[in-house]
Every structure is written in structure tokens, then in C-alpha cells.
Ligand binder design. Structure first.
Ligand code: XMP
Length: 517
């Protein structure tokens, strides 16, 4: 396995993704993790990530010395390369010309790191790589023992290697897809240089995870809050495969779910998979507490608090349960580890099934903690969950509660559910569902005048939202075809009595957010 030390680059998660894609297990940890941890982890290779700091300044992050003492291959990327150079006796300076974005580098033919990896040959017969750079500092003298492996005019040392000690550095970012041969470079490092087999795959992982769950849990009972989302669903399927009827899922219907969602979830889990699920219809309670409340953050807090209330009440009925299972996935783990130092503003207080309180006095079981989202999906398929569930767009914890602007009323939720279902159905039929990352309808509690037949209407408005995004941190609105929008609009206005106007949201994130509240 590979260890990735994180120096704070925006792309560190991508490095981990790329390594996993080569079927090798890796973990990502902060650069200042203890030397003992590194020893115990027993990596076959270490990757030092990029980062925002400058090694030309004092007190900036350095790799733990042990990294260079274990006798295993080390690959430094961008800042990781610079700190490697500085720590091993080279020099780094702030460059006069910063390099940002696309660049070409020529590669040396007498080194193993980039050997046989090239995009093309130029007129002088040099091997050329198309890469993506993002740096202000550069290495000006090599540390003893190193040779240049790639160069261009702006960055004479764009890659370096000490083949004897197996230390490698690259200034550009192989983890981003703009570096076309990036995957090949990482694969070469992991398989050929570190000598790791292709051992990380879903069937193996599932088998191992099932074994671990069995030995941790023994004969104890486990409770899991099932939301119908991908993560909790896959966790439920996996744990059920491991311990069968010792698992009870609690599925809280808060009245803010999508059309037929509760029935679909119950069908898949109780009928197809024979999982024990307690369905709790708590919609009355949720609507009662939401009555008269229109502030988005207050609504979010009420929905979150009510969920915990109901969940606690229901789980108390499952006597002698010892474990609480959650669908926490690797990005959640990394984010909450980072959030101790993260001073970012709270735009929205998120509510997840994952956020249950410690007062439940249960031990946590989080079998997806090591997986990225697409790995979770792959595992879900391997466990027999239907594709529609595994590839469903994300749905926020507070559900339609944040898609009904202002006060949440039962009547509004009914209208929104119908409109939303029509939109999603048409996206599926037109092949646009897979081309968008998230799409939904939003209920606007304003009335506008319309004309239907010969009569005047005075009804509510629905907004359609469809976005494309990699990480949900930034997003573009989807350029859906006019013909599709037109069809959706016609159907909603004709089929949903109470809606007489449909608008399309053309705001990006930022400055808007994906959800309206
Ligand atoms: P925003 O609206 O902040 O949403 O651009 C980004 C992504 O997060 C989802 N979202 C939530 N997910 N609990 C969740 O589990 C929440 O409270 C929550 N609020 C927003 C949103 O659907 C989008 O995918």
C-alpha cells in the first residue's frame, strides 16, 4: 500500500483517487503525522502532495525525516518535490515567471521515472509530455545524487530522480486529468517502482470488509439510519451481507422525500434484500414543527433535531443494540480531519444521517470509511443494489424542506413532488439524467397569473435546477436543450394542478448555491 502525505493541495484527494484507480490501496494523512504511524503503516511507497506554502520561507511544512530513511520509493509532487529537494540539500527559489496551467516539458531518456511515457516527439527528436503546472517556486540546484528527468525553459528542473535511493520529484501535477499521461506516471511509480500488485478491487474489499464487520460485531445487534441515499444504502447492504438479521435499519419518513421514495426504499431493502427495516412515518411531527418557520437555517436545524429525536426514540425500542452503523465515506473522513483548522464560513448547516449524537451510547461501525464515492457505487452494484439507486443524484438530508422556499406546508410538498418527478422522468427519457450531476424542482411560494383554456389561473411557480459539477463545491448550470425544457414545462403545467408557471435556474455556484436554501 501507498501512503500519501498531504501538504494541503487542492488536488491531494485526486492523487489518492488515481492511485486507487491503479488497483492499489492508499491512504491520505496530514504531512505532520507521527513517524511511528508511518512506520506502523508500513507503506511500500510514499507520495508527498503539493501544497500552498513556500519552502523558501521558514516554518513551512516539511516531510518527516523518516520518509527518507525507510529505504522505500518516495515521489514528491510540486510542493512535495520542492520540500524533498530542500531537505536533501538542493535549493529552491521563488521563480520570476510563475507557471500556471498547460505546459510542455521535454523528458530525459536515461531515467526510469518517465521512460516510455510521452505524448509525442518534437522536431528535434525529444520526447514531449503535455502537463499541467501550478507553481510559483522552483528548484534551482539539485540535491546531491539527483538527475534531471524533465525540463522546459521556465522550469529547468521539472522532474528529478535519485535512482539509487528511489527518490523522485515532479513539478507538474500528474493527478489532474489535464496531464494526459498522469495516470501512466502514477501507475508506473506504484507498480514498477514500488512493486505493488494489483490487489485493490471491490470483490476483494467486500470480502475483507465482511470479515472485519463479523469479527468486530460478533453476536451484537447493529442499528443503521437508512436514508435511501447511496452511502447509507450501500452500508446497509454490506452489513446485512455480513451479519444478516443482527442488523436493523431505521428509515425515517419525514414527509419531505421525493415521490414514491419511501416505497422504493422499502421495496428494495425488505423485499429484494430481506433486510430488516423499521419504517417510521414521522411526517406529521416534522410538518408540525416546521409550521410558521421560514428562515432557512432555522428550518435546517428543526429538521436535523427532529430526525435525531425520532431516530433516538425508535432505536431505543431495539433493545440491547451495541452498534450504530453509518455510511461515512472517505471524503467525509478527510474533510472532518481538515476542518479542525478550517476557518471557512458556514454557508449552510449540513444535516446527514451520519450526524447522530454520542448520547446514543453506541459504538460506531463505519464500513465505508476508506472508500471514495465511485468505489462506494461499485461496491453497491457488487452487493446487488439496483443501478437506479446506486447512480442516483444526491439528495440533501433536509430533503424537500430546503426546496420549498420559506414555510414548508404539506400542500406545497405534494405539488413539488409531482413536478419534480416529471422533471426527473423526462431527464431519464432524454438521456440527460446521467449527463447532469444533480437536478430537481424547487417550489416558489409566489402566485402568478396565467391563462388556461379560456380561464384565468392564479397559481404557484416551480423552478427547475440542473447542474454539472465534479465536487459540488463549484457547479455550472446544465445547458439542457430547449426542447427538453419545453416538454417538462408543458407537462408540469398540464399535469400538476396548482402550478401555472415554470422557470429555469441559470445561476452558477458560486455565486448561487446548488440548493435554493
Ligand atoms: P449547496 O446547496 O451548498 O449544496 O451548493 C451542495 C451539495 O450538498 C447537498 N446538500 C446537503 N447534503 N445534507 C446533505 O447531506 C444537507 O443538509 C445538505 N444541504 C445541501 C446539495 O444537495 C448539493 O448536492
Amino acid at each position: 500500500k501507498i501512503l500519501i502525505l498531504d501538504f494541503g493541495s487542492q488536488y491531494t484527494q485526486l492523487i489518492a483517487r488515481r492511485v486507487r484507480e491503479t488497483s492499489v490501496y492508499c491512504e491520505l494523512h496530514p504531512y505532520d503525522i507521527s513517524p511511528q504511524f508511518i512506520k506502523d503503516y508500513d507503506p511500500k511507497g510514499i507520495i508527498l502532495s503539493g501544497g500552498p506554502a513556500s519552502v523558501t520561507e521558514d516554518e513551512t511544512p516539511r516531510a518527516p525525516q523518516i520518509v527518507f530513511e525507510l529505504g522505500i520509493p518516495v515521489l514528491g509532487i510540486c510542493y512535495g518535490m520542492q520540500t524533498m529537494a530542500a531537505q536533501l540539500g538542493g535549493t529552491v527559489e521563488t521563480a520570476r515567471i510563475r507557471e500556471f496551467g498547460y505546459a510542455e516539458v521535454s523528458t530525459a531518456t536515461d531515467g526510469s521515472l518517465l521512460q516510455n511515457i510521452q505524448d509525442r516527439t518534437n522536431t528535434k527528436g525529444q520526447n514531449i509530455l503535455d502537463v499541467w503546472m501550478s507553481h510559483g517556486d522552483k528548484i534551482v540546484t539539485l540535491p546531491p545524487g539527483f538527475k534531471i528527468m524533465a525540463y522546459n525553459t521556465a522550469t529547468p528542473i521539472a522532474a528529478m530522480a535519485d535512482e539509487t535511493r528511489q527518490f523522485y520529484g515532479i513539478q507538474f501535477h500528474p493527478e489532474v486529468t489535464h496531464t494526459l499521461q498522469g495516470k501512466a506516471i502514477i501507475e508506473h511509480f506504484v507498480h514498477d517502482i514500488c512493486n505493488i500488485d494489483y490487489s485493490w478491487n471491490m470483490p476483494n474489499y467486500a470480502e475483507e470488509a465482511i470479515g472485519k464487520i463479523r469479527s468486530a460485531v460478533g453476536n451484537d445487534k447493529v442499528i443503521l439510519g437508512l436514508s435511501g441515499g447511496v452511502d447509507s444504502s450501500v452500508a446497509a447492504a454490506l452489513i446485512h451481507r455480513a451479519i444478516g438479521k443482527q442488523l436493523t435499519c431505521v428509515f425515517v419518513d419525514n414527509g419531505l422525500l421525493r415521490l414514491n421514495e419511501a416505497k422504493q426504499v422499502m421495496d428494495i431493502f425488505t423485499r429484494n434484500l430481506d433486510v430488516t427495516v423499521t419504517q417510521v412515518d414521522a411526517s406529521h411531527e416534522f410538518f408540525k414543527y416546521l409550521q410558521g418557520v421560514s428562515d432557512p437555517e432555522t428550518k435546517r436545524r428543526i429538521i436535523g433535531r427532529e430526525f435525531v429525536e425520532v431516530f433516538q426514540r425508535e432505536s431505543a425500542k431495539i433493545t440491547d443494540a451495541k452498534w450504530l452503523a453509518q455510511g461515512t465515506i472517505y471524503p467525509d473522513v478527510i474533510e472532518s480531519a481538515g476542518s479542525k483548522t478550517n476557518k471557512a464560513h458556514t454557508i449552510k448547516s449540513h444535516h446527514n444521517v451520519g450526524g447522530l449524537p454520542e448520547t446514543l451510547h453506541l459504538q460506531l461501525l463505519e464500513p465505508l470509511r476508506e472508500l471514495f464515492k465511485d468505489e462506494v457505487r461499485e461496491l453497491g452494484l457488487a452487493l446487488g443494489l439496483p443501478r437506479e439507486m446506486v447512480f442516483r443524484h444526491p439528495f440533501p438530508g433536509p430533503g424537500l424542506g430546503v426546496r420549498i422556499l420559506g414555510e414548508v406546508k404539506h400542500e406545497y410538498a405534494e405539488l413539488l413532488r409531482q413536478a419534480d418527478a416529471i422533471f426527473i422522468e423526462e431527464l431519464h427519457l432524454s438521456g440527460w439524467y446521467e449527463k447532469t450531476s444533480q437536478a430537481f424542482a424547487v417550489f416558489l411560494p409566489v402566485k402568478s397569473v396565467g391563462v388556461m383554456g379560456d380561464g384565468r389561473t392564479y397559481d404557484y411557480v416551480v423552478a427547475l435546477r440542473a447542474v454539472q459539477t465534479q465536487d459540488f463545491m463549484t457547479a455550472n448550470w446544465a445547458e439542457l436543450p430547449y426542447s427538453l425544457l419545453s416538454k417538462v414545462s408543458n407537462r408540469i403545467i398540464n399535469e400538476v394542478r396548482g402550478i401555472n408557471r415554470v422557470v429555469y435556474d441559470i445561476s452558477g455556484k458560486p455565486p448561487a448555491t446548488i440548493e435554493w436554501e
